[in-house]
Design a protein around this ligand. Structure first.
Ligand code: NZQ
Ligand code: ZN
Length: 388
């Protein structure tokens, strides 16, 4: 196992009827800015309920944070924080609203041009560069990204998606009430299962370092998602299934699974380009890329793919090659069982578009991806060709 630092200060408030906790964990004197997306949280009455709990606190609202939140939108939120002396942010939404709020948190007191915060990628932004931040909490409405309990954000700018990492961007608290997610469209629920699944495989399907506990936690998350996946999509108000979905998604990317083990993230980096270029949802891009990536990288990932076949899919018979073939096939079939298409062409993107994706990967410096940093543009090209 590798050496690691693990730090996670986010308080999780899980279960039904937890909105009252907002009163306890938002300072009584705070001036609050509620951030939200395109309107689902307004329409469902959630924002009004939250305002009632906030009571006499002075409250402002900033709506319109779009999926794959854009820098140009978020700087408008920064203006409100500065002009109204906001001292607590409350993000009500999915990964996009929470990520956008993290950016507002980091940018509000940043002295330079806040676009600079996009240049660090997966490297944490040095603490002294950020300086003062605005604390924030979240009310999660979409179980997928894990953003509710981690310190990362993904921000869209021009034709790219940029990772922003800072330990100053952990939420103070996150309310995880599965019933708040009942109003989600099926496609978003399915996207959420796939995102959590692929966050786990990015930190598990690499090479063995004898991280026995991390492996078993990862396998537990994957098996739980396989067990409840179809139910959480088909029965939107099945509390037990959704509760497990929510907690899997949070645990998949709160630092536990990835502590002390190699991490890949190539499916995500290639997937981000597909979203930026063609507007394909984040979860869908992962369903397209992962099966093909596992096929192309089967030798590098051989030992863990066999472990995955045996322990996650319970494949016992056959040669090693047959076990790996079947594990990859079952992964694809699982995504498809959720109603998510796994081929690029099914989203209207043909092989003729692959050179554009490769150009974008190059422009964004994504030329040495994966747990071994030897996944070059040629290999990304093979993965994309296999994904058509
Ligand atoms: O905007 P509204 O009207 O709220 O509608 C949203 C949006 O259209 C809707 N929705 C959310 N909760 C709902 C609801 N509709 C009905 N009822 C509810 N309860 O769902 C749509 C998608 O929302 P979005 O927040 O974009 O989805 P998701 O949570 O999948 O977030 C995706 C974003 O997170 C980033 C992705 O790149 C993408 O930008 N990621 C963030 C990560 C992180 N911070 O750690 C890691 C991930 O790998 C990912 O990259
Ligand atoms: Zn993801």
């Amino acid at each position: 196992m590798f050496n690691f630092d693990f730090y996670n200060p986010t308080r999780i408030l899980f279960g039904e009827n937890r909105l009252e906790s907002i009163d306890k964990y938002v300072p009584a004197e705070a001036t609050v800015l509620i951030t939200y997306g395109g309107g689902s949280a307004k329409k469902s009455g959630l924002i009004n309920k939250i305002k009632t709990v906030l009571g006499n606190r002075k409250v402002y609202e900033f709506g319109g944070i779009e999926p794959n939140p854009r820098y140009e939108t978020l700087v408008k939120g920064v203006e409100i924080v500065r002009n109204e002396n906001i001292d607590f942010l409350l993000a009500v939404g999915g990964g996009s609203v929470i990520d956008g709020t993290k950016f507002i948190t980091l940018a509000s007191y940043y002295k330079g041009n806040s676009r600079d915060l996009l240049k660090y990628g997966m490297m944490p932004i040095p603490l002294d560069v950020v300086g003062k931040v605005v604390p924030f909490g979240t009310v999660l409405t979409l179980p997928a990204t894990g953003s509710e309990m981690n310190s990362g954000a993904v921000i869209s700018y021009e034709h790219g998606k940029y990772a922003v990492m800072s330990e100053l961007a952990f939420p103070k608290f996150s309310i995880l009430d599965p019933t708040i997610t009942f109003s989600l469209p099926k496609t978003q629920v399915a996207n959420g299962v796939i995102d959590a699944f692929v966050h786990t495989t990015e930190q598990y399907l690499t090479y063995p370092v004898d991280g026995k506990l991390q492996d078993r936690i990862a396998e537990g998350i994957l098996q739980t998602l396989i067990e409840i996946g179809e139910t959480t999509v088909v029965e939107p108000e099945n509390y037990a299934a959704r509760a497990n979905h929510v907690w899997c998604a949070t645990l998949a990317l709160n630092g536990i699974v990835g502590a002390g083990v190699p991490q890949d993230w190539a499916s995500h980096m290639i997937g981000h380009e597909l979203t930026a270029l063609f507007g394909i949802d984040h979860g869908q891009t992962l369903a397209i890329v992962l099966p093909s990536l596992l096929e192309v990288r089967r030798e590098q990932k051989r030992a863990k793919l066999l472990q995955y076949a045996e322990r996650v899919w319970h494949i016992e018979g056959g040669s090693d090659k047959e076990k790996i073939d079947l594990a990859i096939l079952k992964t694809r079939e699982f995504f498809e069982s959720l109603g998510v298409k796994t081929r690029l062409s099914q989203y209207g993107v043909g092989a003729d578009k692959i050179p554009v994706v490769i150009e974008q990967l190059k422009a964004h410096g994504m030329t040495a991806l994966s747990e071994t940093q030897d996944l070059t543009l040629d290999i990304s090209q093979k993965i994309l060709e296999g994904a058509v």
